[in-house]
Each structure stands twice: as structure tokens, then as C-alpha cells.
Design a protein around this ligand. Sequence first.
Ligand SMILES: CC(C)(COP(=O)(O)OP(=O)(O)OC[C@H]1O[C@@H](n2cnc3c(N)ncnc32)[C@H](O)[C@@H]1OP(=O)(O)O)[C@@H](O)C(=O)NCCC(=O)NCCS
Length: 233
Amino acid sequence: MGECGFLKLASSFAQDIAHIQGGVTVLVIRSVDIREKELLDKIVELHQQSFKGFFLSTLHPGFLRQLYKAFVTHKKSELLVALNDDKPVGFIAYSYDTTGVYRYMLWRRFFPFVWYSFLSFLKKPSIFFKMFSALSMPYTHTREEEYVKVFSIGVAPEYQKHGLGTKLIEEMKKRVDFTHFDYITLETDADDNDDANIFYNKNGFKLSQEFITFEGRRMNKYHYRVKHEHLAT
Ligand SMILES: CC(C)(COP(=O)(O)OP(=O)(O)OC[C@H]1O[C@@H](n2cnc3c(N)ncnc32)[C@H](O)[C@@H]1OP(=O)(O)O)[C@@H](O)C(=O)NCCC(=O)NCCS
């Protein structure tokens, strides 16, 4: 984790993208470096485009920037980006220590966090308590097994349904050491969210729990496990 591993995608995929874009040469998936400030801004924009109408997209962009910056700088978390000719077209953020990355954001980045929370509050006062409850959720987890948690995955609308989300998940799976971590987990809305639920099923995630948040949102929790015989080979 932490090093910039590049992955050149299969040419069939590049051709798919070429088909919709009209001329693509190289597509890479790699981790984001803390010095890439412009790239971070573009990932925030990408989040807002791909998660249109979702809760975090309604917050001030500076807040999202703090979140993704935490995934880049926290040593047990990672932000991967998919670049098409240097243009970010997809991303995935995940952590080996979810509680740690939220604590890191709250305490190590306290002043920017408070400032952008304040700006988000001015933008939409009703979301204030929802925001803090969302960020305090990881503290309630018990850790009987070691897991890696996906915080978010997004693909630019015009690139969706061409296999890019799958490539991002596959790259993450390659990077996770399954001899140490038992599974990958994530949570997503159960209602009006068929695309994402079908996507996770197709990528080997199994429904492990259904729950309702305090504001009444029905959520699905998924686990992805590698069978032990795969580890032996
Ligand atoms: C969910 C998301 C990341 C999937 O990325 P993607 O690149 O579009 O997904 P893929 O092309 O790899 O799709 C893999 C499979 O998922 C399913 N799928 C993906 N998008 C779908 C859609 N819009 N409708 C139905 N099924 C869909 C398909 O079964 C597809 O398999 P197929 O190609 O054999 O039909 C992307 O659609 C996205 O960014 N959505 C908005 C943000 C979001 O909802 N993120 C996840 C919530 S936590």
C-alpha cells in the first residue's frame, strides 16, 4: 500500500472506451499522491458528478476534499484513480482502518474540517446532524475479524457500464493482502439503488446484513471474501 502501482488495462476495455470517446490511448489505475492537489480537486468533481443527489455531494466541495485528502494521507487508507489520457474517469477510496481514518480527519485536520463543516451547514442547515452521525458510525463497529472497508467508488457518468467500476474493484482486490484481512466490506442504499447493488453482486460481494439508519434509510451491507484455496495457489 502507498506506492504508485500502475496498471495498463486490457486493450478490449480501452477499445470500449475509445468507442464512446472517439480515440483513447492509455488508461491507468493508480494510487493518488498527496502532492497531486489538482487531481484531488478533479476527483471531488467526479464524486459530485457520479453521486448526483447523494448526501455527501450536497456538502461544500471543501468538505469532500478533506475527506479524500484523508484517504490519501492516512497511512492505512488509499485513494485509487482511473485516468484516461490523464483525465480522471473513476476512483475508489478504501481503508484498512476505518475508525482510524475518520479520527485522523477529525483530529489531525481539525480546523479545515470544522471550517468546511460550517460552510456545509450554511449551505444546508438540515444536513448538519446527518453529517456527524454518518461520520460517527464507524465507532460502533466491533472488530472480530480484520476487514477493509470501501468508502466510495464512482465512475464518470459517460464511462459507466463499460467495465471500469469492475476494474477499480479488481485493482483493489489485488492490493489487499487476504492472508491478513478476512474480507472487504461496504454499505450501500437498498432502495432506488439497483445499479450499485447489481454491480456489487456481479463483483462477488455477498449480502451480509440489512439495516435501517436512524433517519430511516434502508441499507445493505456486503462482504467479499476470498476462498482459502485461492490463497494457497
Ligand atoms: C456503481 C458504479 C461504480 C459501477 O461502475 P461501472 O463502471 O458502471 O460498472 P461496470 O461497467 O463494471 O458494471 C459491472 C456490472 O454491474 C452492473 N451494472 C453496472 N451499472 C449498471 C446499471 N446502470 N444498471 C444495471 N446494471 C449495472 C451490470 O450488471 C454490469 O455487468 P454487465 O456489464 O455484465 O452487464 C457506477 O455505476 C457509478 O459510479 N455509479 C454512481 C455512484 C455509485 O452509485 N457508487 C456506488 C455506491 S456506494
